[in-house]
Write a protein that binds this ligand. Structure first.
Ligand SMILES: Nc1ncnc2c1ncn2[C@@H]1O[C@H](COP(=O)(O)OP(=O)(O)OP(=O)(O)O)[C@@H](O)[C@H]1O
Ligand SMILES: [Mg+2]
Length: 390
């Protein structure tokens, strides 16, 4: 978790009604959610040069890579434990090393699921796992180092002197994150529900290239005719779909909701949950929902740090996508492939502040440029009749 986050932003939700911990037996650890996979066999095949990339590292190697986990190598801390930057001589790479905190919120289960998921995954918008260490009680994960840190650090509580990311970059990040999610949902075999999509889990490389990280909560999606998997409710407050939070039924649409929240954060610069705001504005989706219905309010939603430098039509379309994703009814939310198509298009429409007027907060973004037929789709809770002209 970044140092800037409030507790409520980052605390994992565990709404299991009877408060039972999911017991992890030794057998469980090796065959958790990914059927028929065995961590040691599957992952270490890489040593023979065929198949999976994840290597095993010794604790000694990782300690050496980080100068014994020196404080000046410290990058941040989340539910799993502390993250350090290091250089691994064996693979000649700068890496980020995450060390499991035995007293932390996450444990062996998350470690195994992370290694399995990332060992099977290979996509430019998913962070690369170089390997892991499981020696005695020690559990460490070794990732590619992402030089620009997490999206969270670029959107909220900016340190003095750091410029806010511009509109084009925001759309590029949204489109890349959507492609990462599409890979998990539609390309992986078996398909995977991510369950932990949020700004702190979108890491940024050179040129703000986004990659999804943290797959410890990932679940294999429903198979056959099933539309959901039943599970203990896990996730992060503010990002968790209401249907999943209430029923424990996890679907691909739960991820779409979380994606919608991230997209709203990118557009508005607001946090998913912000306790420093008044009661009405603390929950981003609850704040945004009534505003989606009134096009005149769109310019009030946009991040003030953009200083009016955004395309009116692009804002309208981005809000339309976000509004669809955070709809209460999961079946009304779009599938990820359609989100990717829409965002790839939006990201390709480069906004040039030189040739566009700076938008003032007071002006309606719908006039005079946006016509009704500019809609990517209708904004609102799936209500197709509410198409009043401004
Ligand atoms: N591969 C990486 N490259 C560079 N920095 C990283 C990398 N992985 C994590 N970090 C940094 O470490 C911080 C902590 O990450 P971590 O994933 O442990 O926690 P989190 O995402 O903030 O919270 P959560 O535990 O809920 O996922 C991140 O915010 C990021 O700044
Ligand atoms: Mg994380």
């Amino acid at each position: 978790m970044s140092n800037h986050l409030t507790e409520a932003d980052t605390v994992k939700v565990d709404l299991n009604v009877n408060g039972e911990k999911e017991a992890v037996s030794k057998d469980d650890q090796l065959s958790l959610d990914v059927n028929n996979l065995n961590l040691k066999e599957e992952v270490s095949r890489d040593e023979t040069g065929n198949g999976y990339r994840a290597k095993t590292f010794t604790f000694e190697e990782l300690a050496a890579a980080t100068g014994n986990f020196r404080s000046d190598c410290f990058l941040g801390e989340g539910g799993f434990g502390k993250v350090y930057k290091g250089h691994l001589d064996r693979i000649n790479q700068v890496v980020a090393i995450k060390q499991l905190d035995p007293n932390g919120l996450q444990g062996v289960r998350e470690f195994v699921v992370e290694v399995l998921t990332l060992s099977l995954a290979d996509h430019p918008n998913l962070v690369k796992l170089f390997g892991f260490c499981a020696e005695g009680e020690q559990r460490l994960l070794v990732y590619e180092y992402m030089p620009l840190g997490s999206l969270e650090n670029h959107l909220h509580d900016l340190p003095p002197g750091r410029k806010a990311i511009d509109w084009n970059t925001r759309m590029k990040i949204a489109a890349g994150a959507a492609r990462g999610l599409e890979y998990l949902h539609d390309k992986m075999k078996p398909p995977v529900i991510y369950r932990d999509l949020k700004c702190s889990n979108i890491l940024l490389g050179e040129g703000y290239h986004p990659k999804l990280s943290d797959f410890g909560l990932a679940k294999v999606g429903p198979s056959g005719d099933k539309t959901h998997v039943s599970t203990r409710v896990m996730g992060t407050y503010g990002y968790c779909a209401p249907d999943y939070a209430m029923t424990g039924q996890l679907t691909f649409k739960s991820d779409i909701y979380s994606f919608g929240v991230v997209l709203l954060e990118l557009i508005t610069g607001r946090k998913a949950i912000d306790h420093t705001k008044s009661a009405r504005e603390q929950n981003l989706v609850a704040w945004a929902r009534p505003l989606f219905k009134d096009r005149k309010k769109f310019s009030q939603m946009v991040d003030p740090l953009l200083e009016g430098q955004y395309p009116v039509r692009g804002l309208y379309q981005a809000l339309a996508i976000a509004a669809m994703c955070v709809q209460e009814q999961p079946n009304m939310r779009p599938v990820i492939a359609d989100v990717v198509t829409a965002l790839n298009y939006l990201a390709s429409q480069k906004y040039d502040p030189q040739s566009h007027p700076v938008q003032s907060c007071k002006r309606s973004p719908s006039s005079p440029k946006v016509r009704r037929d500019d809609d990517l789709t209708h904004v609102g809770n799936g209500d197709q009749t509410d198409r009043s002209e401004d």
